[in-house]
Write a protein that binds this ligand. Structure first.
Ligand SMILES: Cc1ncc(COP(=O)(O)O)c(C=O)c1O
Length: 392
């Protein structure tokens, strides 16, 4: 048996393979350079161009660009009118930003357990945790797999809730012929470099609702509303918003990247399917479900450890992979287990039992468009090496 790098043996590869990496080409650089030579380097013509391209890509009427995905989420909560005393239901298996945005609007995040197969929020669990003060449902397309929106949206319609889809992971994904971005009242995206396309930092909210579109634009620009289109100096504010604007040169990068979303998605999809083929019979990992008719966005490639077959835990497996120069990560630590959420809302272990058992088994493997088959083979070799060492 090969000696693990963790125990002093040679690593599988000489340099770290990160879990994610942006792909920037000459066209991106040219687009940003051109934007920087214009008069308006913030809120210039590229912002509208990027917004139009996003809306067209997703089949939504409106897209509003934001400084980052967190700002987009916060703006969606603001535009939805969430306020003190409201409840909003979300998943515990997400980046903190999802729940933080609710808290920043004064709403209480309520966590519904996930489906064990897809790892997305479970509609029956949503029904179980609903309160009379619930105003919004905020599903997350975990790792890039679009949620099963039909039952979620129909439940929300029945109860009068607004649906804000956090699609930070799933740009390029689809349910049948409906693109992510057209499946909820508002859909938020992130363009962080680890995501499907990047604008450095960046985000957007998509909607078909003209009133929400106006509110989102107001919110990202301090809450300012023009009261006379021919006199830009006449405006009012009520209530105050934020400066959440995306710059023109970032928008130029975003639009240039969006033009290649098909290529990025195809590269991720090919690598993800290759991972799934190679790992399908592994006794040491389980793969999340890939339901028929769903186009996964493949932001992350996640496996679940079969801890009953291993003499160790998630932490040691992650350290062992890191030592082999494989940038494995965990997405995510459950939001309600964070000290703030425990203290402020009194959440405790046992709240979402499926999410808790999944959390202890999650490992994210590297996946990004420029990753080569050799890179991926290094990941698979490192997994074999580490699992052989810790097999029961
Ligand atoms: C599920 C989810 N929501 C929201 C965000 C926030 O996006 P950003 O990093 O662009 O603020 C992220 C980003 O990592 C995310 O993964």
């Amino acid at each position: 048996m090969e000696t693990l790098a963790l125990l002093g043996g040679p690593p599988v590869r000489a340099t770290l393979l990160p879990y994610a990496r942006q792909s920037i080409d000459a066209a991106d650089v040219a687009a940003v350079s051109a934007a920087l030579t214009q008069d308006w380097i913030t809120q210039g013509p590229n912002v509208a161009r990027f917004e139009e391209a996003l809306a067209a890509h997703a089949g939504a009427t409106y897209a509003v660009a934001f400084a980052n995905g967190t700002a987009a989420l916060h703006a969606a909560c603001w535009a939805a009118g969430l306020a003190d005393g409201d409840d909003a239901i979300t998943t515990p298996l997400t980046f903190e930003a999802t729940a933080n945005a609710l808290v920043h609007q004064g709403a209480r995040p309520i966590f519904a357990d996930i489906d064990a197969a897809t790892l997305n929020v479970d509609v029956d669990a949503v029904k179980r945790v609903a309160t009379t003060r619930t105003r919004a449902l905020v599903p997350v397309d975990f790792a890039g797999l679009p949620c099963s929106y039909a039952p979620l949206v129909s439940l929300a319609r029945e109860r009068g809730w607004i649906v804000i889809a956090d699609a930070a992971h799933s740009l390029g994904g689809a349910l049948g012929d409906r693109q992510v971005g057209s499946l909820a009242d508002m859909t938020t995206f992130s363009f962080h470099p680890a995501k499907m396309i990047t604008s450095g930092e960046g985000g957007a909210v998509l909607t078909d609702d003209a009133r929400l579109n106006d509110r989102l634009r107001q919110m990202r620009h301090h809450g300012i509303r023009n009261i006379d289109a021919t006199s830009p100096w006449r405006y009012e504010i009520d209530p105050p918003g934020f400066n959440y604007r995306l710059t023109d040169f970032q928008s130029a990068l975003g639009a240039s990247q969006l033009a290649r979303i098909g290529t990025f998605w195809a590269a991720r999809d090919r690598l993800a399917r290759r991972y799934r083929e190679r790992l399908a019979d592994s006794p040491f990992v389980e793969l999340p479900a890939l339901p028929h008719g769903v186009r996964h966005g493949w932001h992350l490639f996640v496996v679940l450890l079969r801890l009953e077959r291993l003499r160790t835990d998630q932490d040691t497996i992650l350290h062992a992979l890191r030592a082999e120069n494989i940038g494995a990560r965990v997405h995510y630590r459950l939001v309600y287990r964070q000290p703030y959420y425990r203290k402020r809302f009194g959440y405790d272990r046992g709240l979402c039992p499926i999410a808790e058992s999944v959390e202890a088994r999650l490992v994210t493997l590297p996946l990004f468009p420029a990753m080569t088959d050799d890179d991926q083979d290094d990941v698979l070799r490192a997994l074999d090496k580490v699992f052989a060492h810790y097999a029961r």
